[in-house]
Design a protein around this ligand. Structure first.
Ligand code: RP5
Length: 170
């Protein structure tokens, strides 16, 4: 982690925690970017493999306890039929951010459509296919609504990102 980013990550924030869920260990290569991004902002998170279809009972119990355990946002990544984010949203009133994981059979189009096409009443904020970094940035933006220090970190992140573009030499 470069100097300023490390410094920013160390500034403690009192924001709520983020629950990062994925349907399978095979999603970790993509989902790890969400964890790394939250770490760079000093946002606390819990990561977990949990499955709506393979561990339905445990999934329901886990979701029921999230708010009381201090979590404010759920990030859920899944591939294929990809019902994890939608079911997570059905089981909590916390905001849920969905990440469609690129699948082998349909290259992630199945995951994307499963997650983005939520019927009216239970929303999932759907990111791009494999968009784990943006999911974390979106979570940071939501949490920053109630945390000035985090909002400052996000503004600095954007400035540094813009600076990188502006100083690009070919
Ligand atoms: C989904 O099925 C997971 O989210 C994963 O993307 C996909 C394949 O899972 P594995 O067969 O690799 O466990 O539940």
């Amino acid at each position: 982690m470069p100097g300023l980013t490390r410094h920013l990550a160390l500034i403690s924030t009192k924001v709520m925690k983020v629950s990062i869920l994925m349907g399978s260990k095979s999603d970790w290569d993509v989902m790890s970017a969400a964890c790394e991004t939250l770490e760079s902002f000093g946002v606390e998170y819990e990561k977990k493999v949990i499955s709506a279809h393979r561990t339905p009972q445990y999934f329901m119990e886990y979701m029921a306890g999230l708010r009381d355990r201090g979590f404010g946002i759920v990030i859920a990544g899944a591939g294929g039929a990809a019902h994890l984010p939608g079911m997570a949203a059905a089981l909590t009133t916390l905001p849920v951010i969905g990440i469609p994981i690129r699948s082998k059979a349909l290259n992630g189009m199945d995951s994307l459509l499963s997650i983005v096409q939520m019927p009216s009443g239970i929303p999932v904020a759907t990111m791009a296919i494999d968009g784990a970094k943006n999911a974390a940035l979106y979570a940071v933006a939501i949490l920053a609504l109630q945390d000035d220090a985090l909002a400052t970190k996000l503004a600095i992140f954007r400035e540094k990102q813009a600076e990188k573009v502006l100083t690009t030499e070919l």
